[in-house]
Design a protein around this ligand. Structure first.
Ligand code: PMP
Length: 300
């Protein structure tokens, strides 16, 4: 097994040597941001959008990024190259860095910057063929006017609480409502419902992360001639939808066939969900930046 190379603050180190201080404010306070990105056949999917989201998150929480977006993009490409992976998951973590035990982020002079690239363990194929069963959990989505879900921060306790409830209910993903009872999203996925020829997904202000897979699916659905609406909906709309599916970097597009005991549609992944998944998989390479092209090779 060749070494796995992790980018850590200007160096490439092995997994055993990839360590940060216990005084890191990401560890002490969840003070930091992250991104998860996919590599498909040597192409980093929608890299620019992920980097834009990362830098918007940084700006929002006043986190000084030590690299320009262009420099950092090159470093991420180089990390993939060093690991010689063509299909992979990239995790970028930028924490506030080392400070004292107090909250004050201004006492943390340097962000800690980490890029991890791993082969991907996705949901088993049978789950895509069969579809997921999910439940609605009691944990509500953070109010966007309190802690904006647009900031992809290291504070994921809200989502962790959802995952705990999902585990207790024996399902692999769950649905979170916002404080007003409208459907927000899953623990790490956006939700779409399909009614006739129309796709609905909650708008950002309801409390969902503006997922990059979600954006890609909106583009694909429109290209395929579907109508797409970003509007709030309730659990009733989910139960009575023709089809329901989740989207996310790790999950891609996955059908949901049962919600809170209600069978969705015919209880199997529907044709519209399958159309979207097929198109999504056909487009992922074209929507990416090449890691192993002649030009990209010059980076390393
Ligand atoms: N919602 C949350 C809370 C997430 O963590 C994720 C995963 N990043 C998503 C939605 C899906 O977003 P994306 O398609 O950008 O992975």
């Amino acid at each position: 097994m060749p070494d796995q190379w992790i980018y850590l603050n200007g160096e490439f180190v092995t997994k055993e040597n990839a360590k940060v201080s216990v005084y890191d404010h990401g560890f002490l306070y969840g003070d930091g941001i992250f991104e998860g990105i996919r590599v498909y056949s040597g192409n980093i999917f929608r890299m620019e959008e992920h980097m834009d989201r990362l830098y918007r998150s940084a700006k929002s929480i006043m986190l000084n990024m030590p690299h320009s977006k262009e420099e950092f993009t090159g470093l991420v490409v180089e990390t993939v190259q060093r690991n010689q992976l063509r299909d992979a998951y990239i995790r970028i973590v930028v924490s506030r860095g080392v400070g004292d035990l107090g909250l004050d982020p201004f006492k943390c002079p340097n962000a800690n910057v980490v890029v991890i690239v791993e082969p991907l363990a996705i949901f088993p194929k049978e789950l895509y063929d069969r579809g997921l069963e999910i439940v609605t959990v009691a944990t509500r989505r953070n109010r966007p006017d309190v802690l904006s879900p647009k900031v992809k921060s290291l504070n994921y306790l809200n989502n962790v609480l959802v995952k705990i409830e999902a585990h207790l209910a024996n399902v692999s993903e769950a649905l979170m409502l916002n404080d007003q009872g409208y459907v927000a999203e899953g623990s790490a996925d956006n939700i779409f419902i399909v009614r006739g020829n129309t796709f609905l997904t909650p708008p950002g202000y309801v409390g969902a992360l503006e997922g990059i897979t979600r954006n890609a699916v909106i583009d694909i659905a429109k290209d395929l001639g579907y109508e797409v609406k970003e509007e709030p909906f309730t659990r009733h709309d989910v139960y009575t939808a023709d089809e329901v599916f989740l989207t996310g970097t790790a999950a891609e597009v996955i059908a949901v066939v049962k919600v809170d005991g209600r069978v969705i549609g015919d209880g199997v992944p529907g044709e519209h969900t399958q159309n979207i998944l097929r198109e999504f998989r056909a487009k992922v390479v074209a929507d990416g930046i090449q890691v192993y092209s002649e030009k990209a090779h010059q980076v390393s």
